[in-house]
Write a protein that binds this ligand. Structure first.
Ligand code: ZN
Length: 233
């Protein structure tokens, strides 16, 4: 049964379901990564900090020119391909825990991907400017399409939104590959079983947040497709 709100556009129950599922997935996966990360943050590594192990991994992979810098926040760690630096949060930069090493090596994995021209990384980077544009305009185009009752405009909006879905999907292999590079390095560096096990747990929990984001965007795309095909009937 449709529910209507102030502006007069219909919000049906499937939309409410979509919002609820997206929120639930987001909260559940975010909670899981936070708990897993906190748990392994308390387990010491082999005495080395995240940045020290990441440095060793980078040097061993021919990425000596990649810098390691600090960034504020918690789990705000990332690799920036524009300046070819790893940005690690304080706990992971100087902390000597299993979690710090896992996250720092995951980011180093992205730098190695770039150095080796990993195909999904290159594709993802090529999509960045496109998605920066499409994610800003698709909603406006869609609302105008609904307001003016132009099916073509709604289809265009959905095509623009599809780039965001594609971006989320391409992000998955990039993230999983960076994690498997990190675990492989930790395993080969002889840091001990606890470091390998912890890295797997932390990085799997992190991967679930990307899976949830991809699922959410696919659901949103399906909803938009269903909505426009219904409105044509
Ligand atoms: Zn990553």
């Amino acid at each position: 049964m449709p529910i209507y709100y102030g502006l007069g556009y219909g919000i049906d129950t499937s939309y409410l379901l979509l919002v609820a599922v997206s929120l639930l997935l987001g909260v559940a996966t975010q909670g899981y990564i936070n708990r897993t990360y906190k748990t392994w943050l308390r387990v010491p590594s082999d005495g080395r900090s995240g940045s020290e192990v990441a440095r060793t991994m980078l040097d061993a992979s021919g990425c000596s020119s990649v810098g390691i810098r600090s960034t504020p926040g918690t789990l705000s760690d990332h690799y920036d391909p524009r300046d070819n630096n790893l940005y690690l949060s304080r706990d992971n930069l100087s902390g000597g825990s299993v979690a710090s090493v896992a996250v720092a090596c995951h980011e180093a994995g992205h730098a190695v991907q770039r150095a080796q021209g990993y195909a999904f990384m290159r594709f993802r980077q090529a999509l960045v400017p496109v998605v920066n544009f499409t994610q800003n305009v698709w909603m406006l185009v869609f609302i105008l399409g609904v307001a003016m009752n132009l099916a073509g405009m709604q289809t265009l909006a959905i095509a623009l939104f599809a780039f965001s879905v594609l971006f989320q999907l391409v992000t998955l292999p990039v993230e999983l590959d960076a994690s498997s590079r990190a675990v492989a390095f930790i395993e080969s560096s002889g840091m001990g079983e606890v470091n390998v096990r912890g890295a797997r747990k932390v990085l799997t929990a992190a991967a679930l947040t990307y899976v949830a984001a991809a699922l959410t965007s696919i659901l949103q795309l399906l909803y938009l497709l269903g909505r426009t095909s219904n409105s044509r009937e």
